[in-house]
Design a protein around this ligand. Structure first.
Ligand code: RIB
Ligand code: CA
Length: 325
């Protein structure tokens, strides 16, 4: 059983929200203590609205508190990203850097009745881990700014975690926003480097090396949305456009693979302990990661049982919703 704090750059229903819905669907395997939001896919206020909407939809909004976290990376900025593009070529996705301060209501057209808790996410992380030493699995599926700030705030934070399970980086495969970098690491490379080097016990990496193996294909998407529940209607609304391109269209579901392993460890069939280094020098490889003897040793997940993963994903996304979950 994992006692989880879920740190997310939540967005429209794709991977962060689906991962949380999956975890909430298996209270026999995982307990979600709280959700902390970080800038990444979206600004923090916008991401929080998407996550509150999801929590309300699955009947968990009263039980699972949500906290607002870091609104900007440690060093990276929109201006820096523009300089990077001008000098070294396009960055295919810049998430919150391309958004203004206005917040769009999620699908459904209204903001959730439940609001974020007044405590900030970093204080919540530090206090929760201090109250449960050795018990908390921190699941970080966005840029690692909140985690880095918690480490800076409390020198005992790293040693008190049970483990850190994160989606981010690329060990032996190219990046997905630049040739070198994966999005979560690129958005806040300095945070990723600090966190990997912090000596946290049991660090598990779900990078592009494993998530590239399991895109969602249109036939499975269509089978899932045919279930026609409130959750799959949200999925159809938010992910449908990505599948409009034809029968061969696919969409990556990165964070969901992390969730699947937490629920059902045999989903992952291969992993290696590897030293991973994050590039923090401002240059064409900014935010990239690689296997490097100078890096920090983490458990890098590298392959999975596709049928087992897709079956778990489809089962958990199509379950009936609400308090009976
Ligand atoms: O590169 C994929 C990661 O970036 C995922 O966690 C996705 O949600 C975005 O945060
Ligand atoms: Ca994410």
């Amino acid at each position: 059983m994992h006692r989880i704090v879920f740190d997310t750059d939540s967005a429209v229903f794709n991977d962060d929200a689906a991962a949380l819905a999956m975890l909430l669907g298996r209270p026999d395997r995982v307990e979600i203590l709280g959700v902390t939001v970080v800038a990444g896919n979206h600004t923090v206020p916008q991401g929080a609205e998407h996550m509150l909407h999801l929590l309300e939809l699955v009947g968990a909004a009263r039980d699972v508190p949500l906290y607002l976290g870091a609104r900007a990376p440690l060093v990276n900025t929109p201006e820096r990203a523009a300089r990077q593009e001008a000098r070294w070529g396009p960055i295919s996705f810049k998430g919150a850097f391309d958004e203004g301060p206005e917040v769009q209501p999620p699908h459904g057209g209204r903001l959730a009745a439940v609001r974020p808790r007044p405590t900030d996410a970093v204080s919540y992380l530090v206090d929760t881990v201090a109250r449960h030493p050795g018990e908390i699995t921190l699941v970080a599926v966005g840029p690692m700014t909140n985690v880095a700030l918690a480490l800076r705030r409390d020198p005992d934070f790293a040693g008190r975690l049970r483990s850190l399970v994160f989606m981010g980086g690329n060990a032996r495969v190219p990046g997905n926003v630049t040739p070198a970098a994966e999005f979560n690491f690129w958005f806040d490379p300095e945070a990723a480097a600090e966190v990997l080097g912090a000596g946290i016990p049991g660090v598990v990496m779900f990078g592009l090396d494993i998530t590239n193996h399991a895109p969602l294909h249109r036939p499975l998407f269509e089978r899932i949305v045919a279930a026609d529940t409130p959750l799959t209607r949200l999925m159809r609304h938010d992910m449908g456009p990505a599948f409009a391109g034809g029968p061969g269209a696919t969409q990556y579901v990165w964070d969901c693979i992390t969730a699947a392993w937490l629920i059902d460890p045999p989903v992952v069939t291969r992993s290696e302990r590897l030293p991973i280094r994050v590039e923090t020098t401002f240059g064409p490889s900014y935010g990239g990661s690689s296997v490097d003897p100078e890096g920090s040793v983490v458990e890098v997940m590298t392959d999975l049982d596709l049928e087992r993963f897709y079956a778990l994903y489809a089962d958990l996304i199509t379950r009936p919703l609400g308090p009976e979950r």
